[in-house]
Design a protein around this ligand. Sequence first.
Ligand SMILES: Cc1ncc(COP(=O)(O)O)c(C=O)c1O
Length: 418
Amino acid sequence: MKLSSFGEKFTSQAGITSLMDDLGNALSSGSDMIMMGGGNPSHIPEVQERFRQRLADIIADESQFKRLIGIYDPPQGEKEFISHLCKLLNKLYGWNLTERNIGLTNGSQAAFFMLFNMFAGEYEDGSLRKIQLPLAPEYIGYADAGLSKDFFTAVQPNFEYFDKHTFKYHVDFDKLHITDQTGAICVSRPTNPTGNVLTDDEVVRLDKIAKAHGVPLIIDGAYGTLFPSLIFTDATPIWNENIVLCLSLSKLGLPAARTGIVIANEQIIQSLSGINAIINLSTGSFGSMLASDMVKTGEIISLSRDVVCPYYENKAEKAVKLLGEGLQGYPYLLHKPEGAMFLWLWLKDLPISNQELYERLKARGVLVVSGHYFFPGIDEDWQHKKECIRITYSQDDDMVKKGLSIIAEEVKKAYDNL
Ligand SMILES: Cc1ncc(COP(=O)(O)O)c(C=O)c1O
């Protein structure tokens, strides 16, 4: 079969494709694989009960049910949800948003595809621009989202060490160069895969740099402020006309509802809605309708802060403790888990690569993700890329415990050359 450049690019093996394949195959084969690879959120009973109730209320109401299944929303997204969110954000943060500042997409992944290709790639004047990641490791799902090649550029981070086994990445502002080939700056906060949360100071500096160069700063808050608040450290939400804040209902517990939220200046939202109309006609209303009353009352914030955040923080603490016990006496390093649902394990000078470790773990029934996928925009051969793995701790405690003990065993074997 002959394919266009688009066809070739989007069908060749991408990191996100093999990750989703691995997850799908393991789940559908009914195997006993321990899933510590994907970004599937936990099934938190209190959250699920809340949505179950809301769904029952919608089904019981003739006109709401019609809206749920029988009406195309405008390409900008479900109006009522947008209006509630706009009021909530203005009340909480005084951002002076209007409804024209918010657009919904079918998952935030789709928003990134549209935004990245709006700002990077070929421009009318023939110039080429890229998405600048202030640091990598960054989210695997960005890596293949460009319509053209060489879409990203990233900077190696600075390392801060807290003790023998804990470190944190920081943006290396000395190395961050914004040029006339930069289309936008993008960062996830908290970061997938590391659980890093950029400090307020770092975000303010990035905001200033972006403004000074006339490029938008895209902040991916899929795990973050404002909701679902998988953040275990202080982080102030930030928005202004130059910031494109992307949120999602997925990690709150609705990944199947595919609801992404973009908060940006009117021009960006209008353009995004236009692209959305061409690609999708309209955005699905399921997620926005399920969450609409929670946004109206502000419960989405309290549920995130009082239920979701402590739930994951507790899981993170347990996972760090278990892995630390399992790897006692070995030179492992963990990124300080400040948010999201991952441990980022750095195995310095491990005699095998992270891909090989991934294979060994898969053979033992544990799925993690090899860290080398998470360096979009860093092309140089950097040993660090081969020394890290991402471990998801969102599954049931028993599974996580079992998985971490197998991971520790395999890491020790590798260090001991067994
Ligand atoms: C950092 C980050 N951003 C965006 C997404 C996309 O999420 P969704 O399309 O479900 O909103 C994910 C999914 O795992 C993610 O980890």
